[in-house]
Design a protein around this ligand. Structure first.
Ligand code: SF4
Length: 309
């Protein structure tokens, strides 16, 4: 990781910068750090300002700030319906302070009765798993494992926790009664999107008790293409480029629609064989799917809601 800068607070703990379908559903985003210590080569969120790519900001008082902001939202009757935790960064990168802040923020959200969708490629510490286990009705943890292959790991996401460690964490979360979903993202054409790649990966998820898995292809575009060009071999980018070329030779964000449809159908059939449900991320495939592929909370019951407000 590059430089870690410690401050006290962010300008705002919760933000609304999310796709429209989520914003319309009253969803807010929460990130423990600004900038991402995991720094995956394909990440579209880390493309904005390459000069600051190596700086990660961590905020010591963010847990308390989250609590204060939630209290203020509750007073105004506008608590979010759900908070997405880790939308543009990874909290669980093996830093004790980040783990503590993540735990405090989760405690604040749960005591306000706010439902959390937490996505991670890292390893949640036992202390945070224990917090989640006390509120299983208020959380879904989505664990992203894009591939079991070591070469994929080395090539695209060298700082992501090893798949075996993530599956071990899932098993532990399931034992604690925490709902877990799988996520397979990004699918990269010819790198990890064959039946030979998907089948053992789905089998591993199933083995540790995960029945729902969300999938999505790499979101490319010029920014990601430039980032990859700086970080992976020329041969690799030369192989990838043609998959993301439009009819006039322009760089496009998504692999061809018909190709994706065919692949998603194939993956759904594999999932069925394992008695699993494979969902396609609608936010990343708006040209094919509509609706929501994330877990929305059940409406909060009267007495619990009254207590919050
Ligand atoms: S962990 Fe997520 S947010 Fe962080 S660099 Fe990787 S893809 Fe981006």
């Amino acid at each position: 990781m590059g430089e870690l800068r410690i401050s006290e607070k962010k300008s705002r703990a919760f933000t609304s910068g999310l796709p429209q379908c989520l914003a319309d559903a009253g969803v807010l985003a929460f990130n423990v750090v600004s900038g991402c210590p995991v720094d995956c080569h394909y990440c579209k969120y880390q493309t904005k300002d390459p000069s600051r790519a190596d700086v990660v900001h961590l905020y010591t008082l963010l847990g308390q700030q989250a609590r204060d902001e939630l209290a203020s939202l509750a007073r105004r009757g506008s608590l979010p319906n759900m908070v997405l935790f880790n939308t543009v960064s990874e909290s669980f990168f093996g830093n004790a302070l980040a783990n503590r802040v993540a735990g405090e923020a989760l405690e604040a959200l749960f005591s306000a009765g706010v439902y959390v969708n937490l996505t991670t490629k890292g390893i949640m510490p036992r202390s945070v798993m224990d917090i989640a286990s006390r509120y299983p009705h208020l959380i879904t943890v989505t664990v992203n494992v894009a591939s079991l292959s070591e070469s994929f790991h080395r090539l695209f996401e060298p700082r992501v926790a090893m798949p075996d460690d993530r599956f071990h964490m899932i098993r532990r979360l399931r034992e604690l009664g925490v709902p877990v979903r799988g996520r397979i993202e990004p699918l990269v054409p010819t790198e990890n999107d064959s039946a030979k790649d998907l089948e053992p990966l789905l089998a591993r998820f199933r083995e540790v008790g995960v029945k729902d898995v969300v999938v999505a292809y790499l979101h490319y575009g010029v920014d990601v293409a430039n980032r990859l060009a700086r970080r992976v071999s020329r041969v690799q980018t030369a192989l990838l480029g043609p998959w993301y070329r439009g009819p006039n030779g322009e760089t496009v964000h998504l692999v061809d629609k018909e190709y994706r449809k065919r692949k998603y159908t194939e993956f759904k059939q594999i999932a069925q064989r394992y008695s699993m449900r494979l969902l396609v991320c609608a936010c990343r495939n708006a040209d094919i799917y509509s609706g929501r592929c994330f877990v929305m909370p059940a409406p909060i019951q009267g007495p619990e809601k009254k207590k919050l407000l």
